[in-house]
Design a protein around this ligand. Structure first.
Ligand code: B1M
Length: 234
């Protein structure tokens, strides 16, 4: 439904509101997205459901029309801004579990790539699952990853890439870790729409994460393994 600002989002039922969020994301309507997120929260939706059913699905639809040449970069940027505004409201709620820190992760989008919505989502979900996350942002050269690893001594290094032209850069980072003799000290997880498991293997990552939920599960599994091997050595 087109939203010229006169539509009272409160009058919509849940299904209609989800549909409206998809339409408003498509139209890049930041304030309407913020209002809808607040309404869902008042209706006791979990932050995770708001993220996945309303925001992520809306962005998926944007992605399809971007691919098909129906939407262009400026429109997609507006949609991305609206999406980020919604995520900004949800971020503290997702992180609010009060769980003890289960591990530390450094994450960033690789050099040449400025896509950060998926990476931000992974950061948020990881924080929500009790991880400390150091987010390096976008367009990270290998030096930036290495510096962050040295400074923060994480358990996990996460890399994101959304372009087929930038995803090979993950191998540059893994190779630099091998060269420094530190590859085995960290778990390397990679993700992004064009990746798959075979690609993750080919760049020498420990695992490919299809989405943010898989990233959390995979990170937890590796932490359990790491903690198990530390205990076994004692
Ligand atoms: Co771009 N873009 N874009 N874009 N963009 C894609 C990726 C594209 C597939 C669109 C298309 O043609 N269908 C296409 C890539 C084609 C290809 O490489 N084969 C593309 C292109 C071509 C481009 C430009 C080159 C366009 C141009 O300028 N002509 C340009 C490149 C800029 C650059 O990076 N140098 C460009 C620019 C942009 C915008 C700036 C307009 C904007 C980015 C805004 C931003 O991120 N701040 C944008 C957007 C929004 C998209 C689409 C539409 C949506 C991406 C997104 O946010 N998805 C995208 C189409 C698509 O992916 N379907 C597209 C939602 C997000 C929640 O999903 O990012 O997949 P995703 O993240 C998931 C998983 O992949 C995984 O978990 C996340 C959450 O579940 N995951 C990880 C991601 N990272 C992870 C890291 C992990 C673990 C899991 O670490 C452990």
């Amino acid at each position: 439904m087109a939203n010229d600002g006169d539509l009272d989002l409160n009058t919509l039922n849940d299904d209609e509101l989800v549909q409206q969020v998809h339409d408003d994301l498509y139209d890049g309507l930041k304030e309407e997205i913020e209002a809808a997120v607040h309404i869902f929260l008042k209706r006791n939706w979990t932050p995770y459901d708001i993220l996945t059913k309303a925001l992520v699905e809306g962005m998926r639809i944007v992605g399809v029309d971007f691919r098909d040449g129906i939407l262009f970069v400026p429109e997609v940027l507006l949609a991305a801004n609206a999406m980020k505004a919604g995520m900004f409201i949800l971020r503290p709620l997702l992180a609010e579990t009060g769980a003890p820190k289960v591990g530390k992760m450094v994450i960033g989008t690789v050099k040449g790539d400025i896509h950060d919505i998926g990476k931000n989502l992974v950061s948020m979900m990881m924080e929500g699952a009790g991880f400390e996350v150091i987010d390096l942002g976008i367009n990270n050269p290998v030096e930036k990853y290495l510096e962050a690893i040295e400074q923060h001594q994480p358990d996990i290094l996460g890399m994101s890439a959304l372009l087929t032209t930038t995803m090979p850069y993950m191998k540059v980072v893994v190779d630099a870790m091998i060269e420094k003799g530190i590859r085995q000290d960290y778990v390397v997880l990679v993700g992004g729409a064009p990746l798959n498991e075979a690609f993750a293997n080919s760049v020498g990552a420990d695992a490919y994460c299809r989405d943010a939920a898989v990233a959390v599960e995979t990170a937890k599994a590796f932490m359990a393994k790491r903690q198990g091997s530390v205990l076994a050595k004692k």
